[in-house]
Design a protein around this ligand. Structure first.
Ligand SMILES: [Mg+2]
Length: 201
């Protein structure tokens, strides 16, 4: 069960989930969370970079569906604005939620990536349904007390799950593979300041 919480990749932002990133993992379709993945909780401002990300995937022929536990109004509004299908109140991490997303994508689970900010909903559900799970740094600490409590728990779990650093060089396997300096990672990197740690599935 613990390993079902392990993301296949950890990135600082959805913008790192490029067509190349997806291609390397055999992914042809994307399910993406809304709150704290694309929009900070309670906010109605979408970063222009995220808008461009939808355009980038559209041009690459990668279908995207918003899979959210958020309300009809909020999810519907952003789905219309971005020109994609948006599924509200899905009940992630239940498998049914992800199955609905796949129906709309028309892509099998193993060729689909779920991109989201929560281990217990986005990553857990994606792993249970055999998708590629991609964890992004949350855009806000969370609006609700229970979200903030879960975030603390997520950080503890992530620390235990993350790749082991080489004590001699303080580098992770990705640091070594990409020849980058040690110690530029934290459990939750600040968006835009970190290249993310790519974990092998
Ligand atoms: Mg979220």
């Amino acid at each position: 069960m613990f390993m079902m919480l392990r993301p296949d990749a950890v990135v600082a932002s959805v913008t790192e989930v490029t067509p190349e990133f997806l291609g390397e993992r055999g992914v042809r379709g994307v399910l993406v969370d809304l709150d704290d993945t694309l929009l900070a909780s309670g906010s109605d401002e979408l970063a222009p970079l995220f808008r461009s990300w939808f355009e980038l995937l559209r041009r690459a022929g990668v279908p995207v569906v918003i899979l959210s536990n958020g309300s009809h109004g909020r999810v519907g509004r952003w789905a219309r604005e971005l020109g994609v299908v948006g599924l509200p109140l899905t009940g992630k991490p239940r498998r049914r939620a992800f199955a609905r997303g796949l129906e709309h994508l028309g892509v099998p689970a193993h060729e689909t990536a779920m991109v989201g900010d929560q281990l217990f909903t986005d990553v857990l559900g994606a792993n249970l349904t055999g998708m590629v799970s991609v964890l992004v740094t949350p855009l806000s600490p969370g609006k609700l007390l229970h979200t903030r409590t879960l975030r603390r728990l997520e950080r503890i779990i992530l620390k235990r799950l993350r790749p082991v650093r080489d004590p001699a060089t303080d580098q992770t396997p990705t640091d070594r593979a990409t020849n980058r300096p040690p110690n530029d990672q934290t459990a939750y990197p600040t968006p835009g300041t970190c290249k993310g740690e790519l974990w092998p599935s």
